[in-house]
Design a protein around this ligand. Structure first.
Ligand code: HMG
Ligand code: MG
Length: 310
């Protein structure tokens, strides 16, 4: 263990335990300039699971021309040693993606909706309404096959083309995914413009629309340095699943202003200081992100990785 650890000082109104939903292998690597070799991806996932992360989103079964970085999804899953008890969800936008995920023996998939018209067009080649027509059959078929389906909502706090996004619009999109049967909704601040009061407003709008707080997860990007404060705001409201990316990898290939996701190490440091359980071995995770930074040829943007990896 590192001698530098935060002193544990619990704060009131927080959950006892948080599930960290690790997205580095998917949300992180989908945005790399180069394609990371499949064996490096497999080792990355092995190491993430080995550091105690119970949910490691593995890849996406999207169109390989749209996201060439993840074109090796089937090969990756065939190679992967799936650690017992670890959940390896994948993204699927449509029936073709679902078929590929079923072939790979996946048990947990995620559809990804946009809260805005422009991003639905740019990310999915569909209108805002058209995206639901695409997801409807995917979710129905996945549930019939016994899979669990997560629903992402992107651009919940701002959109690079449309500007401010009405929380009511986010809630309306989230509600449709919830009604389809998604077991959890991940509210994405894809470009990182949100601030803590805004988090409250979006959570309020979603719960008012009928999505229970225990089915909401948060997905923050650190573009403007707000990811941890936004996370704390969400935890105070009763959210217990937080998306994060090892080493702060990430962005979105179809939203240029999206930079890194909340770094898992930065989240773990805060949770440790607050005495909130999460099950992750910080030293093992930092070593993994330092190794991945070497593979990618540039330092991790995570402050905790930089402080501890030295
Ligand atoms: P499209 O071009 O409209 O697709 O793309 P289509 O349905 O018209 O099909 C055209 C061809 O693509 C067909 O082949 C299909 O078989 C094939 P053809 O008959 O012409 O030979 N095809 C596929 N092949 C393999 N796998 C598939 C697949 N689907 C169709 N799944 C589509 C529509 C949705 C496929 C495309 O827009 C796409 O792949 N988009 C994905 C974009 C993406 O992955 N973005 C990043 C993830 S979202 C994100 O990062 C945000 C998030 O992290 C949250 C946050 O950060 O806030 C979740
Ligand atoms: Mg993201």
């Amino acid at each position: 263990m590192s001698p530098e650890l935060p002193m544990v000082v619990p704060a009131p109104g927080l959950p006892e335990r948080v599930t960290i939903y690790e997205v580095g292998a998917r949300d992180g690597l989908q945005n790399e300039q180069t394609v990371v070799p499949v064996e490096v991806k497999a080792e990355f996932l092995d190491r993430l699971a080995g550091s105690g992360l119970g949910v490691c989103e593995a890849t996406s079964f999207v169109h390989p021309k749209w996201v060439p970085q993840l074109a090796d999804a089937a090969e990756l899953l065939a190679r992967l040693t799936r650690a017992p008890g670890v959940d390896y969800p994948v993204l699927v936008p449509n029936e073709r993606g679902l078929d590929r995920a079923l072939d790979a023996g996946i048990e947990h998939v995620a559809v990804f909706a946009s809260a805005t018209e422009t991003f639905a067009q740019r990310n999915l080649n569909r209108s805002l309404d058209g995206q639901f027509a695409m997801f409807d059959t995917v979710v129905t078929r996945a549930l019939d096959a016994g899979l669990r389906v997560r629903g992402y909502v992107s651009m919940c706090f701002g959109d690079p083309w449309e500007g401010a996004v009405d929380p009511g619009q986010v809630a309306a999109v989230g509600r449709r995914l919830h009604e389809m049967g998604c077991h959890q909704l991940s509210l994405g601040d894809t470009i990182g413009t949100g601030t803590p009061g805004h988090v409250d407003a979006v959570l309020d709008a979603c719960t008012a629309a009928g999505v229970p707080m225990e089915q909401l997860a948060v997905h923050f990007h650190d573009t403007y340095g707000q990811a941890l404060s936004n996370t704390l705001a969400a935890l105070r409201r009763g959210v217990t699943t937080v998306d994060a990316s090892a080493g702060g990898l990430g962005g979105c290939p179809y939203a240029e202003s999206a930079t890194g996701n909340l770094a898992t190490e930065d989240l773990v440091w805060m949770l440790d200081g607050l005495g909130v359980a999460h099950g992750v071995d910080l030293d093992a995770l930092v070593a993994t992100s330092a190794w991945m930074a070497q593979q990618l040829g540039r330092p991790s943007p995570s402050r905790v990785v930089r402080a501890l990896a030295g």
